[in-house]
Design a protein around this ligand. Structure first.
Ligand code: A3P
Length: 326
């Protein structure tokens, strides 16, 4: 990752003069794919993402009932969104025949604050989120939302995933976005970027820790979930999620098999087979690339023991004393 000064005129039409001037005062780098990143409040953003973050920080007015789904990219965000939507919708949609997930992607149903809502406009019309609670998502670390959400009791669900699987998922995703083969050189540069922390929305440990700490301080506000636990014990985890969201399963629902129905409806197999996720575009990328293998430990097929050790040591050092382990 090449840390260097970049000109203040970043040549991006979506960036305001004010954001441009802020960018020129920030640490900058070019990532392994030539994308320019700037470090704002300890997190690396693409320039137009920073614009979304600034718009959000300035304009968002939380409501007490808001729910925000947060994650580092490639941690299973799409799955969490689908499950949340299915859980919240189930009182309206007793069958899945007309479920919103059949006509829109999980990312369309629960939009990203800084990547969709506040990137499209500095003062978006949130009236379309008329039914409560409003559901949003974000890849921002918690400290980026701290001031804006200050004093608000809104709920946050954070989904965390093993760093090595996140890295491999990121490598495949970036390759797919750029329509190139996921080659060795790219996995090595992705690995270096994860290790240095100079990755979009990184460093990943700062990201995870921001939510982990708050979940310990205030478990009623932040639910900390793990992708691996969702895979290993999906029923328990989806019930835990439903309870946190304020819509626990009734005994009758459980007896009628609704927990399994929701899990099946939101499975990678089902979601990726839906026409809406096969044929349409989200944020200029093909929706199908949000679904790949969805396995735990896939990193073992791509990272060598040297890489494994290096990343383990960095993670251990960064998470030391936090109580969080991978
Ligand atoms: P892999 O690349 O390891 O397969 P995000 O949604 O944050 O972009 O994360 C994408 C990762 O979540 C991908 O992981 C993808 O396959 C996996 N994923 C997507 N939908 C899923 C689902 N319904 N169940 C489990 N994993 C899912």
């Amino acid at each position: 990752m090449d840390l260097k000064e970049l000109p203040s005129n970043v040549g991006d039409d979506n960036i305001s003069e004010e954001a441009n001037s802020l960018i020129s005062s920030l640490p900058l780098c070019t990532d392994f794919q030539g994308k320019k990143l700037c470090n704002y409040q300890g997190c690396w953003y693409k320039y137009n993402t920073l614009q979304g973050v600034l718009n959000f920080q300035r304009g968002f007015e939380p409501q007490d009932t808001d729910i925000i789904l947060a994650s580092f990219p490639k941690s299973g965000t799409t799955w969490l969104k689908a499950l949340t939507s299915a859980l919240m919708e189930r009182s309206k949609n007793h069958s899945f025949d007309h479920h919103p997930l059949l006509s829109d992607s999980p990312h369309g149903i629960i939009p990203f604050l800084e990547l969709s809502v506040y990137q499209e406009s500095s003062s978006p019309n949130l009236a379309k989120f008329s039914s409560l609670p409003r559901l949003f998502s974000t890849h921002m670390p918690l400290h980026a939302m701290h001031e804006t959400l200050k004093g608000s009791p809104c709920k946050i669900v954070y989904l965390c995933r093993n760093v090595k699987d996140t890295l491999i998922s990121w490598w495949f995703f970036r390759s797919a976005v750029n329509k190139i083969e996921p080659n060795r050189s790219l996995v090595e540069s992705t690995f270096e970027a994860f290790c240095n922390g100079t990755i979009y929305y990184g460093p990943i440990w700062e990201h995870v820790l921001s939510y982990w700490r708050r979940s310990l301080e205030n478990p009623k506000q932040v639910l900390f979930m793990r992708y691996e636990e969702m895979k290993a014990e999906p029923r328990d985890q989806v019930k835990r999620l439903a309870e946190f969201l304020g819509c626990p399963f009734t005994t009758e629902e459980e007896d009628n098999g609704l927990v399994d129905e929701i899990l099946d409806f939101c499975s990678l197999r089902n979601l990726s087979s839906l026409e809406v996720n096969k044929t349409k575009i989200f944020n200029k990328v093909d929706r199908s690339i949000f679904f790949r293998k969805g396995e735990v430990g896939d990193w073992k097929n791509y990272l060598n023991p040297e890489m494994e050790n290096k990343l383990d040591m960095i993670i251990q050092e960064k998470l030391q004393g936090s109580g969080l382990k991978f």
